[in-house]
Design a protein around this ligand. Structure first.
Ligand code: MIG
Length: 645
């Protein structure tokens, strides 16, 4: 049961789509009002677990941490880093009487969850205007499902977006991209898409294509699609302030950009140099920006990633510093250094001027919405879209990736921890930069990371310019990479089906073990094993040099070992066991009484036959969601029941 408590005049973020009954006095929190703020407090018992908060650094259990919702472009993903690219203000306190709370405000919010042993949850919203939604239910899982139902159905990408994607900041022209496709093919490794980073543009300007590098993008996209590979270009939030640029001219003519105190267009330096930010909060601006994607869809492109939409600002005329071109090592290039910028420009929302700072966290999500709604008009099928910045509600328009991580074992672990927390906040389609964005990916780390990314909806190898090239074909013993990529494609019938079913039924695709085994005290504390869909449990190897790992089985399960060629099954009893996992192999578990469909090998999703499956596990039947992979008509009727023979 959901209840809405209204404080002041909350900004309508449109995060919640359901009708929710209004309450008078919230029984869960002690509330205090400050000048420009509202604080909420509740006690925590020793054994309570606190879930949620989406894209925050730290564990699945948020206890012990301080988290600040304030969308930030920050490459330093270290424990204790308060802010990431997204703000997801939903948490669940799983105690004697579990409940959930969503603090719906686009303003900055601080969460302290048993921080420094305080024994309480403390939430401070930097606004007196907040909609608080509380959710009551039998269990943490039931509460999450009610919340997911209230915020509306997750974005559902096409089947090809569940294939493997290769990306690198630095691919600059057709030749680079063709080489990637050729080398994947030559190595016998499947691939569905290649991302185009900012270098495809003309001087980093959105909706332009560098003609020297891509003389005929339509022809090139068609050539690649003929090989089963899609192109996925990046789109940044800022529009270069340059007379003559079509997007700039249109934006100025229609008065679509954010303004500063003096009523002039706000100028912020990002990749193209000085830019203006589209006022994504205005429906007409969203419609305009979304329609601009026609430049790409006219070339046959069906996938996009939106970047820099926190919005990231290198510097502005308000902050000190000099434009140092493309120097990413600029000391000013650091998150949170730009509060004065965020306090110096305005949006026009419902005819009123609103300070950016007060609605900061909803900016990026509105860019995603603009893109999604534009693409829905431009295309008659589903498309891929994922964004860096987000707020709850944006999950209906696109997925997210978790930004600029590093090639470190801790960041592989963080990827595991992020997935269920993101799912609780609606973001089902997500994943990390597999192998790590910055730093130097070792062969071993990349293999272990791929072995986990096999299960995440977005499975993309991405890395930063100047870093070691980390395409899978660059490493020795290619068969080990081939094996893991092949596994992803063999699991597609299951991954696709479980993802779509989760989206259709307000469920999570990746869950903490605790949600499947709430009575099992040990399972409740485990953070390095996850449930993927309804049948599968994964226990990724997260340590350097490890030969395998200890796995806890809350019940007897079917252990499945993927050797690169075959699935070898074994019934294993409940309890703890050490499982050997050689590099390039994978071990996962099928829950008792469940089935898991696996398909055949293929080189891209265009070749995949989701209907030709073999069933693994000891269950009786499996409900498989299946469609043509692109139809917008995603319905529960597309489910067929498979029975074990
Ligand atoms: O300032 O477009 O997170 O994935 O490769 C860096 C270049 C801008 C940040 C994204 C990253 C992308 C990079 N971008």
């Amino acid at each position: 049961m959901l209840t809405k408590y209204t404080f002041g005049t909350p900004f309508d973020t449109q995060a919640v789509t359901a009708q929710v009954r209004e309450g008078e006095n919230c029984p869960f929190f002690e509330i205090s009002r400050g000048e420009g703020s509202l604080s909420f407090r509740c006690p925590l018992a020793e054994r309570d677990i606190v879930y949620g908060l989406g894209e925050t650094m730290g564990g699945i259990n948020k206890r012990g941490g301080r988290y600040v919702s304030f969308n930030t472009d920050n490459m330093r993903h270290v424990t204790g880093m308060p802010s990431m690219y997204g703000s997801h203000n939903f948490l669940v306190i799983d105690g004697a009487k579990p409940f959930g709370a969503f603090f719906d405000t686009p303003a900055r919010v601080v969460f302290e969850v048993d921080f420094e042993g305080s024994g309480q949850v403390y939430v401070r919203c930097e606004s007196e205007d907040v909609a608080l939604y509380t959710v009551e239910g039998e269990s943490a899982y039931a509460i999450v499902r009610q919340f997911l139902a209230a915020i509306g159905r997750s974005f559902i990408p096409p089947l090809w977006a569940f294939g493997f994607g290769q990306s690198r900041w630095g691919y600059k022209d057709e030749r680079d991209i063709r080489t990637v496709a050729d080398r994947y093919a030559a190595a016998g490794m499947p691939l569905d898409y290649i991302c185009m980073d900012i270098d495809y543009m003309e001087r980093y300007k959105d909706f332009t294509v560098n003609k020297k590098r891509f003389p005929d993008l339509s022809a090139f996209a068609a050539e690649m699609k003929g090989r089963g590979i899609r192109l996925v270009p990046i789109v940044d939030a800022g529009i270069k302030a340059e007379p003559g640029d079509e997007t700039y001219e249109e934006g100025v003519r229609e008065d679509y950009f954010c303004k500063n105190l003096e009523g002039k267009y706000f100028r912020a330096a990002v990749w193209p140099g000085m830019t203006h930010f589209p006022d994504f909060f205005r429906p007409e601006v969203r419609a305009w920006f979304g329609a601009k994607y026609k430049v790409y869809t006219d070339c046959g492109i069906e996938g996009f990633w939106n970047d820099m939409n926190e919005p990231s600002i290198f510097f502005s005329e308000y902050t000190r510093g000099k434009l140092r071109g493309r120097n990413c090592g600029d000391p000013l290039y650091r998150g949170n250094a730009f509060l004065s910028d965020y306090k110096s420009f305005y949006h026009t929302i419902g005819g009123k001027e609103v300070l950016h700072y007060d609605v900061h966290n909803a900016f990026g999500g509105n860019m995603t919405r603009a893109s999604c709604e534009g693409l829905e008009k431009l295309l008659d099928k589903r498309f891929l879209l994922f964004s860096r910045a987000s707020y709850i509600g944006a999950h209906r328009y696109g997925g997210i990736w978790t930004g600029d991580n590093t090639s470190k074992w801790e960041h592989l672990r963080q990827n595991v921890l992020h997935m269920p927390s993101l799912n609780m906040c609606g973001f089902l389609y997500s994943g990390a930069d597999t192998g790590g964005f910055s730093g130097r990916a070792t062969r071993e780390l990349l293999l272990r990371w791929l072995a986990f990314s096999v299960y995440t909806p977005l499975m993309r190898n991405h890395c930063m310019k100047y870093m070691r090239r980390q395409e899978c074909y660059r490493f020795g013993k290619k068969e080990e990479f081939r094996s893991l990529l092949a596994l992803r494609y063999r699991l597609l019938p299951y991954i696709y089906s479980e993802f779509v079913k989760a989206a259709l039924s307000s469920d999570m695709y990746m869950k903490p073990l605790a949600f499947g085994y709430p009575q099992d005290e040990r399972a409740r504390r485990i953070e390095d094993q996850l449930l993927v869909g309804d049948s599968l449990m994964v226990a990724p190897v997260l340590e350097k040099g490890a030969k395998g790992r200890t796995v806890y089985l809350p019940e007897a399960m079917t252990q499945v070992r993927w050797t690169g060629e075959t699935f070898k099954t074994l019934s294993v009893p409940a309890g703890e066991r050490f499982v050997e996992v050689p590099l390039g192999e994978a071990v996962f578990f099928i829950r008792r009484g469940r089935l898991l469909p696996v398909g055949g090998a293929c080189m891209h999703t265009g070749e995949a036959d989701l209907s030709a499956v073999t069933l693994l596990g000891d269950g009786e039947e499996y409900a498989q969601y299946i469609d043509d992979g692109t139809t917008r008509d995603v319905r529960a009727e597309n489910i067929r029941i498979l029975k074990r023979r």
